[in-house]
Design a protein around this ligand. Structure first.
Ligand code: SF4
Length: 451
């Protein structure tokens, strides 16, 4: 039984979307590497974005992301301003330089948005090609952006999965109980089998936690409008400051719960602004896990080691979903994004509070169960409404789920595996209108009321 690496679930990237921004950028980088290897002497670069990538790609900055990737932008190293400046520079020059060759490319003319969602093998499919002066395709690669910045196709065609079956949470819990280990130790064992030492793992986890913490801080200190036509004001900083000045402004929820919601909004606003976040499991849902862990770290004065272990626990939950269902809004709706983030955060919270492995599994199941059927209908195709507040709701649900689990023994009726199977089925039955196409639900109705 093999799980995806924690570092393929938790990845540093740029917002606003892991499937529509980070993934396409990584696919473009992969195609660039192919060109660099093969060195075709000439040709024009073309990109075709299809399905959900075409329908919500402009709002999710997919065109900027593929342009930046073709130009060699590394989302793990560089920030949002670089994406915009690279896109501007490529537009000005009308070409991308790879090695010794300059390939003509106009983002405006050479990126095609093909909105047909019916005939695709995957709703997030994109293709890159190099076409010579006679219209002959010299090189072509097709990729699928399957959620959380994970890409299939090109040099990434081989799944990470081993040959001994899909992982199930039930089997993982049994193994942990038999061997008296917790879920973080289980994840470390898998990393060790892949040659990653414990010291290296914690170094990488520390880097992820820094990005998460910085996103909370930046979000709480930012103000102004989010990009895009909705003209949304950033609110996290103002709301947090108001609560610090007057405890009554915390309103009807406890300080811990309210802070958690505000931290989630802070990160989700950073993500919406194209800032640097960690996929957990996606960019759209990137606020949930850091919000819960930041509050718990402050409230219980947890050592960083405990928080980093909790990240490993969250990655086990996310990994089981990736292998058995999907974390892409375009495949299963928001239940696979904020729903799964909430499940990851719930299990992580149980770990932080020294709960048992069965309690962590129960918490993850409760959080996911109560997100089943959640649609993805981003207004204007932007990761703003309902996404920002939805991160807050997902984070608070995670606290509730962890609390319920910690009050019990971990024994419960529906397993996490069953909830994942249900989520997959609900996602398959869900109309495309509600799967990141911005053609149904809030996306279809709300713009009429927005000035
Ligand atoms: S509604 Fe949910 S799945 Fe859709 S873009 Fe927003 S956060 Fe992502």
């Amino acid at each position: 039984m093999r799980l995806p690496s924690p570092f393929s679930i938790l990845k540093i990237g740029i917002g606003p979307s892991s499937s529509h921004t980070l993934g396409p950028c990584l696919a473009a980088l992969d195609f660039r590497r192919r060109l660099d290897e093969l060195k075709p002497p000439e040709g024009r670069l073309k990109v075709r974005l299809t399905g959900s990538l075409a329908l919500t790609g402009r709002g999710h900055l997919t065109d900027l992301a593929v342009t930046a990737g073709l130009a060699g932008f590394d989302p793990e190293e560089e920030g949002r301003e670089t994406v915009r400046s690279v896109h501007k520079e490529v537009t000005r020059l009308g070409r991308v330089t790879i090695g010794a060759h300059g390939y003509p490319f106009s983002p405006e003319k050479d990126i095609v948005f093909d909105t047909d969602v019916q005939s695709l093998a995957h709703p997030n499919t994109l293709a890159f090609s190099l076409v010579d002066a006679n219209g002959r395709v010299v090189l072509e690669e097709t990729y699928q952006s399957v959620g959380g910045g994970r890409i299939l196709g090109g040099s990434m065609a081989t799944p990470e999965q081993g040959g001994d079956g899909k992982p199930s949470m039930n089997a993982i819990v049994d193994l942990c109980l038999n061997e008296s280990m917790d879920l973080s130790a289980f994840a470390l064992r898998h990393l060790a089998a892949d040659g990653v030492s414990e010291a290296d793992a914690f170094e990488r986890l520390h880097a992820l936690w820094e990005v998460m913490s910085n996103a909370v801080d930046r979000g709480l200190n930012a103000e102004g409008l989010l990009p895009g036509p909705l003209m949304l004001e950033r609110r996290a900083g103002e709301m947090f400051e108001s609560c610090q000045k007057n405890i009554r402004h915390y309103g009807i929820l406890s300080r811990d719960v309210t802070d958690t919601a505000l931290y989630a909004i802070a990160v989700a606003e950073e993500n919406a602004a194209g800032g640097r976040v960690v996929t957990a499991p996606t960019c759209g849902s990137a606020g949930v896990v850091p919000a819960v862990l930041t509050m718990l770290k402050e409230r219980f004065r947890l050592p960083e080691r405990k928080v980093l272990e909790a990240l490993l626990v969250s990655s086990v939950v996310g990994g089981v979903v990736v292998e058995n269902a999907s974390i892409a809004g375009a495949e299963v709706g928001c239940q696979g994004e904020v729903g799964v983030a909430s499940a990851m955060a719930a299990a992580a919270a149980v770990h932080c509070l020294d709960g048992s492995v069965p309690q962590a599994e129960a918490a993850a199941e409760t959080a996911l169960e109560h997100h089943l059927g959640l649609t993805c209908d981003p207004v204007g195709g932007l990761v703003q409404i309902p996404c920002i507040e939805r991160n807050a709701v997902g984070a608070v649900t995670a606290l509730n789920a962890a609390n319920i689990a910690l009050m019990g023994s971990g024994k419960h009726h529906i397993s996490f595996d069953a909830a994942v199977a249900a989520m997959k089925q609900v996602g398959a039955d869900m109309s495309c209108k509600y799967k990141e196409t911005a053609t149904g639900g809030l996306a279809a109705l709300a713009p009429k009321r927005i000035p």
